[in-house]
Design a protein around this ligand. Structure first.
Ligand SMILES: Nc1nc2c(ncn2[C@@H]2O[C@H](COP(=O)(O)OP(=O)(O)OP(=O)(O)O)[C@@H](O)[C@H]2O)c(=O)[nH]1
Ligand SMILES: [Mg+2]
Length: 294
């Protein structure tokens, strides 16, 4: 396989750094197709090779390094990837605020040139490394929803297969140049919190189109700034959620938004693990924290 092939096959794999300190590896999933060596299904994990056969176009060169030579064209299967946690993420927000653009920029480093409203659920599966922990994300890009389903029945009736109520993380997206889009996520957020136990769920609020805000004219901008002034404080202090302003168009702070999301998930999970889950754990917790007066 030539260097050009490698470049093509790893084109969707990129390494990004935050603050020059924390690496975030984003590896977008792709379908490697059948192996040209044996016709079998190629293994996942991004190696681009079939599990049983190293022949064919995608097989890496074995002429250098300490790798043992192939036995009759067969090699042992590659070691399994390190365990990563599956996090189901749902993007919520009004139409046109940039949900799809944010996902496309994060997962594929692309910004869609034309607006195509999302009409059905699309899942994206990036692998992400934050603070040395690996996550397999399943990011659901959904059409805008009118209201968050208040129970499983309404979810089944109105938004079947959207996975709205089983998400482990929510990204609430609004447009920094449109205050109504913030009102929209405010209503959605209230509905989510009214109908789910959110202690185990990570949340980040994302103000998108920062570049557009910069470009707006002075008088219009002043008006917008006045409307939006309270937003960061409301989100951080009242909602107790992370708040990030991004520009999907310029790929500005997009990675930071997902990093904040995963840190929020981590924090939520650490609280969950500390909480007793059943009667026995509750008794143990009481036992350990018992104050004995002699
Ligand atoms: N200037 C600017 N435009 C953006 C940005 N992000 C998205 N857009 C534009 O906003 C429009 C809507 O973007 P989408 O990503 O499709 O929005 P969406 O929220 O997925 O829309 P629906 O699928 O209809 O819910 C497109 O024309 C994008 O080019 C941004 O950061 N800056
Ligand atoms: Mg969309």
């Amino acid at each position: 396989m030539g260097a050009g092939d490698l470049a093509n096959e790893t084109a969707t794999c990129h390494l990004q750094y935050l603050d020059n300190r924390i690496p975030v590896v984003v590896v977008s999933g792709w379908d490697p197709g059948p192996c040209e060596g044996c016709g079998g299904q190629q293994g996942g994990g991004g190696a681009g090779t079939c599990n049983c056969c190293q022949g064919g176009r995608r097989a890496p060169s074995s002429s250098s390094g300490d790798a043992p030579p192939p036995l009759n064209g067969h090699l042992p299967p590659p070691p399994p990837p390190p365990p990563s946690q599956l996090i189901k993420v749902v993007m919520l927000g009004a139409a046109g605020v940039g949900k799809t653009s944010i996902i496309q920029q994060f997962v594929y480093n692309e910004f869609p040139s034309q607006y195509q409203p999302t009409t059905a659920r699309n899942n994206h599966w990036p692998s992400v490394l934050v603070n040395d922990r690996a996550y397999q994300l399943c990011i659901a890009d959904l059409p805008p929803i009118r209201a968050f389903p208040q129970d499983s029945f309404s979810e089944w009736a109105d938004y079947r297969s959207y996975g709205l109520r089983s998400a482990m993380a929510y990204v609430f997206v609004f447009d920094l140049t449109c205050y109504d889009s913030f009102t929209h996520i405010k209503a959605l957020r209230d509905q989510v919190y009214d109908s789910r136990d959110m202690r185990e769920v990570g949340v980040v609020v994302v103000g998108n189109k920062r570049d557009k805000l910069e470009a707006t004219q002075n008088r219009e901008k002043r008006e917008l700034m006045r409307e939006m002034r309270e937003v960061p404080a409301v989100v951080r202090k009242q909602w107790k959620a992370a708040y990030v302003e991004v520009s999907a168009k310029c790929n500005w702070h997009v990675v930071a938004a997902f990093r904040e999301l995963l840190l929020a998930v981590e924090e939520a999970q650490s609280h969950t693990h500390a909480r007793p889950h059943n009667l026995q754990e509750l008794h143990q917790a009481i036992e350990h924290s018992r104050c004995t007066i002699l």
